[in-house]
Design a protein. Sequence first.
Length: 385
Amino acid sequence: MRSVELFTGCGGLSMGLSRAGYESMRMVEWDRHSVANVLHNRELGIEHVRDWPIQQADVRTVDWREHAGIDLVSGGPPCQPFSVGGRHKGNDDSRDMWPEAIRAVREAMPTAFLFENVRGLTRVAFADYLDWIVRSLSRPHVERHDGETRAEHLERMRTVVDGLEYRVSVHSVNAADYGAAQKRHRVLFMGVRADINAPHPPLHATHSRERLLFDQWVDGTYWESHGMKRPAGPDRVDEAAVRRLRASGERPALLPWRTLRDAIADLGAPGTGRLSNHILQPGARSYAGHTGSPLDMPAKALKAGVHGVPGGENTIDLGNGAVRYLTVREAARLQGMPDEYEFAGSWSENMRQLGNAVPTQLAEAAARAMSEVLPAARRPRRRAA
């Protein structure tokens, strides 16, 4: 299966796609630091990365018709316009690149597409814009006219009842439910061409909070696996959920959420071990509304920040009143990037790239769901009797 990607960044979505068996034919990223990291790892011969055709370019200059009929168009349009931590300008923000994602679909007319964005896009304030995105992806050839406002374009599209080109499903997801050691809420847009015989991609969680709570506070296997003495009682968790699990005595079927401790336990203290980018960054502190991640739950979502990397969210709560910054390697573990992947440049620059990345675990799960329907998409429809 072949794909093209917009807004590659340091390669989180790309890694998930590659692990799911997709061959990238084109990857476009504007940020030179992100491209430099990908190129560095391509030169190192890192698995998958060595084959990535990364291109530093403005997506607005790319002619996607060169890839007409490709299996998949993917990307994560810049999310700061819709992020709760951003400036909340939405489609009035110059960084809004959804029109370019829609144009890529219109020009390439792929079998399917996969786009990722922040949960903030589903806020009531952006309801009309979300509707505009879904309708535009469903009928990408119903273009906005010169001089037509987006609101006018939306109203015109709402009157269109035929000519459906893609069946689009929108999924609100938490990356922790797909194996990331991070509570990262995102929205996935998954589309399949409407003229082919393919169902909506099946997206099923593999991990659960309830299973983690069971392993911690019902049978204690979590603590045993880490060689730890079981604490006296639940700390900062849902006690009502723990009581229900104890009453049922049934271990939930899914895998347990992966915790921050699960992800980084074997790395050792910063500055030790064989892996690169595991260096202590001094100066960490907590402040109101921005506290560190506890070790025995999935980490808070990594953030890139509008004004640089934020302090509190990208720290570890050590449990004794102290916090320290995540190292770049620890952050890479949370995003599912391989240990062999090296990050060049400053801590703040690399944390910005990781804060903007799609968790590879989530990307791979979504890509595998897409791959389940793509073979069906290639089968012709049965003629009516």
